[in-house]
Design a protein around this ligand. Structure first.
Ligand code: IPE
Ligand code: IPE
Ligand code: MG
Length: 241
C-alpha cells in the first residue's frame, strides 16, 4: 500500500553542526534546506500530505538566541519560498498554537498560507509551536465550550467529531512517521493522529536527509503489515494491504 501522509520529526540539526565544529544555528540553516528538498520530493513522489515538525511547544525551553535564530530562519524560508512552492503545487498549512510567536513571524506564516492556498498537489503542514497534547487540549476545550453552550450533546462526541477539531482536521492520519537523528520517541508530536502510524527511525541527521532516504523509508513502509488490531490480510486470505 502506498502512503498518502508522511510526517517527519526533523531532528539532529544541532548534532550535525556540533560534529563539524559549527554553531547550532548553521545546522538549523541546513535543516531548512533539507525541509525544502523533502517537500519538493514528497510532491514528486505523489504524497498528498507531508507534516514537518519544525518547533515544539517544549522547544521554547532552549536558549533565547537559538529560538530567535530558528524563527528568523523560518521567516526567511516562508518569505523566499512560498511563491515557488505554490508554483509547483505545494500548499503550506501551519499547525500549532502560534500564540507565542512574534507579530512578524505570524504575518509571514499567514502570508505563506495565503499565497499557497490554491495549490493542490501536496499539502505541507508545518508544525510550529506544536505539541500533540496542546492539539488534544484545544480540541477538548472547543468541544467543552460547545457543550456548555448547549450546542452539543457530550454523548455525541465520537472519534470522528474529535478529530475534526484537531489542527489536522480534514486530513488523513499519517501512514508513516519518520524520525531522523536516531532517538526512539515521539517528543509530543501527533499523539492522537499517530495512533496507528508506522514508525521509522533513522540515524541520519536531518540536514543530511535526502530524497533517496525518503524513498528508502517509503519502500520499508510498503513492506510493513498494517493490521490495525485485526488479523493480517495475508493470514485471512483477504486483500493484501
Ligand atoms: C531539530 O534539531 C530542530 C528543532 C528541534 C528545532 P535539534 O536542534 O533538536 O538537533 P539535536 O537533536 O540537538 O541534534
Ligand atoms: C523534536 O525534537 C521536535 C522537533 C523536531 C521540532 P527535540 O530535539 O525537541 O526532541 P527531544 O528534546 O530530543 O525529545
Ligand atoms: Mg533534537
Amino acid at each position: 500500500m502506498r502512503a498518502s501522509h508522511v510526517a517527519i520529526i526533523m531532528d539532529g540539526n544541532g548534532r550535525w553542526a556540533e560534529g563539524r565544529g559549527l554553531p547550532r544555528l548553521e545546522g538549523h540553516r541546513r535543516g531548512t534546506e533539507a525541509a525544502r528538498r523533502i517537500a519538493l520530493a514528497a510532491r514528486d513522489l505523489g504524497l498528498r500530505h507531508l507534516t514537518l515538525f519544525a518547533f515544539s511547544t517544549e522547544n521554547w525551553k532552549r536558549p533565547e538566541s537559538e529560538v530567535r535564530g530558528l524563527f528568523s530562519l523560518m521567516e526567511q524560508f516562508f518569505a523566499a519560498e512560498a511563491q515557488k512552492l505554490a508554483d509547483v503545487g505545494i500548499r503550506i498549512r501551519a499547525i500549532g498554537s502560534m500564540e507565542r510567536l512574534s507579530a512578524s513571524a505570524k504575518h509571514v506564516i499567514m502570508e505563506a498560507q495565503r499565497i499557497t492556498a490554491h495549490a493542490s498537489d501536496t499539502v505541507v503542514n508545518v508544525a510550529i509551536d506544536y505539541g500533540g497534547r496542546w492539539d488534544i487540549l484545544q480540541a477538548a476545550r472547543r468541544l467543552a465550550t460547545e457543550a456548555a453552550q448547549g450546542k452539543l450533546d457530550p454523548n455525541g462526541i465520537d472519534e470522528e467529531l474529535f478529530a475534526s477539531m484537531l489542527s489536522t482536521a480534514g486530513q488523513p492520519d499519517p501512514d508513516l512517521v519518520i524520525r531522523t537523528g536516531g532517538d526512539m520517541r515521539l517528543s509530543n508530536f501527533l499523539l492522537w493522529q499517530s495512533a496507528y502510524s508506522e514508525l521509522y527511525v533513522t540515524p541520519v541527521l536531518w540536514p543530511d536527509f535526502t530524497p533517496d532516504h525518503l524513498k528508502e523509508a517509503l519502500a520499508e513502509y510498503s513492506r510493513r503489515d498494517r493490521r490495525f488490531g485485526a488479523l493480517s490480510g495475508k493470514s485471512i486470505g483477504g486483500e493484501d494491504r
